[in-house]
Design a protein around this ligand. Sequence first.
Ligand SMILES: [Zn+2]
Length: 213
Amino acid sequence: MEEVKEFIIGRGAEGMVVIPEGKKSVSHNHAKITINPDGTWILEDLKSANGTFIRNNNGDFRRVSRLQITPDTTIRLGTGDTFGFTFMAHHVIADSPESYEYEFRQLSKAMELQLEAEHEKEKVIERNGWIAKCSGLLLVLPCMLLGGGIDPTTRYILIAVAPVLVGFIFKNDMPRLKAIRKRREKVIVCPKCDRPLSEFDVTHKQCSRCKAH
Ligand SMILES: [Zn+2]
């Protein structure tokens, strides 16, 4: 039977997760990851001074004290500035402290889903744009054709109101697309230096800034 594996992470801890110099908000023994024989992963904050956080699907972090996680969970120790430290849980069992193979593999998958979501939204926006234009025209056309039948003021109001009406029916998806794109900057980041990665970086499985791979 396999045994329980425990990993302490912090500035004074040993192991694959090496905290670089200057990460002042990380405690000596900051957090613990336990891998149980049944394959479940547990993250526990060891009463650290600045807290342990996990990243959700939107890219935002929330503070946790004890939680079941997965190897893909992104964990932040300490503050959300340069004094904090972010890593993927799986790194505790990496081949070496400088091996980010697993992380880049996960990032490739995440990037694929991200681009899919962006393209999907772009298509909807384009389609709705066309529907809006066409139906706007459909509303304007009778006004034009009827010409003298309607007094100019009513015609003017109808023409002015048509795009607003149509815009209301086909609610603009731009803010949603922007939110999806913004998420990319938070989620598709280098597993070592935490800076946003380009599509090129992810495809080539290497960060062009810190050269982590
Ligand atoms: Zn990097």
